[in-house]
Write a protein that binds this ligand. Structure first.
Ligand code: BGP
Length: 467
């Protein structure tokens, strides 16, 4: 029998742009995705899972299936259609209603302020590379705290800085679709961390009683062989994608070990990082005051030395084996024949989650607690007789929960788990055929159907033990 800690959160995650739809309703402004997706003409986000209209039903269902926590995000452009200026009252009311509905069902809302959805006008100014964006983000956060701070107990400043910058400036599958500009990615990550820190400071100084944290995607990196150059590649990607953010989060500075590698990567990619002394004052303050870390974990990577030019192919279709990911000055992700992968080439490696959790405890002993804020398996689900026999997903989630319990047994303070996702949602770069939900969504009719995993999840939540 494997019991979870007392008061463990069995949660499920969503994000505004991926779940709500209603992209042009009740005065909502555009994010940087709207025009881009329209120009591309491949995926239409305008309805998504229609959570904007169906949230009551979804939250009731969540409660009925034993879920006691939900990640939602506030779409900045519902509150401030242009990113700043006068608030849009219908957007403000919508989030009151949504938060109230969660609380009424005993489904604790964990509210994210920025989940990949920068307002279009601020994106055009340079997104996280511009000070105007950062000032507007701080003002927007302040507004949210004042409006909802008396009832939201858990705030998340930013979702996955690394994924944002990798998507925008390295892989190029997020607007502005820049490829291989690693220096821009590093600068933007630093700026996001400073913005996060300023928001933590604001929240703490105003004396709210709730908690505030940040969500990082943290994927473990392993060398594919024992060759020193492969080991070096794993260390380099770990520092770029994980340690750079974790150092900023928990130490308020970048350690010499991290900075040496970052500077070398910058040199090889002809760039530099600009920082101000003030940045580190904010970072140190937040490192001391942050209440929790959210970890999103889906996969780990196996690295091999690489000294060519950067080269990436994003598998956005589920055509197994089509991914390429090699970065100049870092390394190349390669297939490990011993490790299974999803159809999107994401290695399924729960050990990587246990290793990551334990290493945070060891490297950053001042961390207070961790929530696994996203984990789940994307699959091409098929609805048969009003349900989905998603045994592969159950197996995936069970293995990852077992890894969490092992980390807990090794002394890591993990207080909750949020499956990605509550219901099937829109996937940024994969559209609608990569499904993760506990509830299947028929995107034509917007009907929901509990999958086998939903019933399994319920049993586990009810017993508070791994089943
Ligand atoms: C995380 C994001 C989510 C979600 C998830 C699954 O990085 O925080 O918003 O999309 O990944 O990713 P994908 O939809 O690309 O499969």
């Amino acid at each position: 029998m494997q019991k979870f800690p007392k008061n463990f959160i069995f949660g499920a995650a969503t994000a505004a742009y991926q779940a709500e739809g209603a992209t042009q309703v009740d005065g909502k402004g555009k994010t940087y995705w709207d025009d881009y997706l329209e120009e591309q003409g491949v995926f239409d986000p305008s309805t998504a899972s229609d959570f904007y209209h169906k949230y009551r039903e979804d939250i009731e269902q969540a409660h009925a299936f034993g879920i006691n926590g939900i990640r939602i995000s506030i779409a900045w452009t519902r509150l401030f259609p242009e990113g700043k200026g006068a608030p849009n009252q219908s957007g403000v009311s919508y989030y009151h209603d949504l938060i109230d509905a969660c609380l009424a069902q005993g489904v604790e809302p964990f509210v994210t302020l920025h989940h990949f959805d920068t307002p279009a006008p601020l994106y055009k100014k340079g997104d996280w590379l511009s000070s105007e964006m950062i000032e507007a983000y701080v003002a927007f956060s302040d507004f949210c705290f004042k409006e909802y701070g008396h009832k939201v107990n858990y705030w998340i400043t930013i979702n996955e800085p690394w994924s944002v910058v990798a998507g925008q400036y390295i892989i190029g599958h997020f607007p502005p679709n820049i490829h291989y500009d690693i220096p821009k990615a590093i600068q933007s990550m630093h700026n996001m961390m400073v913005a996060h820190a300023r928001v933590v400071k604001l929240y703490k100084e105003q004396g709210y009683s709730g908690e505030i944290g940040i969500v990082h995607i943290l994927e473990s990196k392993y060398p594919i062989s024992e060759l020193p150059e492969d080991q070096d590649a794993a260390v380099r990607e770990h520092i770029l994608a994980n340690r750079f953010m974790l150092d900023a989060t928990f130490t308020g500075t970048y350690s010499a070990e991290v900075m040496n590698v970052i500077e070398d990567i910058l040199k090889k990619n002809q760039g530099e990082l600009r920082t101000e002394p003030r940045d580190f004052e904010y970072l140190s303050y937040a490192a001391d005051k942050i209440d929790f870390l959210g970890i999103n974990y889906y996969a780990s990577h196996f690295l091999k030395a690489y000294d060519g030019e950067s080269m990436i192919h994003h598998n956005g279709t589920g055509e197994k084996g089509s991914s390429v990911f090699a970065l100049k000055g870092i390394g190349e992700r390669v297939n490990n024949p011993l490790i299974p992968t999803t159809d999107w080439d994401w290695p399924i490696f729960p050990q990587g989650l246990e290793d990551m959790l334990v290493s945070i405890k060891e490297m950053y002993p001042n961390y207070k607690k961790i929530y696994v804020t996203e984990n789940g398996m994307g699959d091409k689900d098929v609805l048969i007789e009003e349900t989905v026999q998603d045994d592969a997903r159950i197996d995936y989630v069970r293995q990852h929960l077992a890894a969490i319990l092992k980390a807990v047994a090794r002394g890591v303070n993990v207080q909750g788990y949020f499956i990605w996702s509550l219901m099937d949602v829109f996937s940024w770069t994969n559209g609608y055929n990569k499904r993760y939900g506990l509830f299947y969504v028929n995107f034509e009719t917007q009907e929901r159907y509990p999958k086998k995993s939903a019933y399994w999840y319920k049993e586990m939540a009810m017993k508070n033990e791994l089943v």
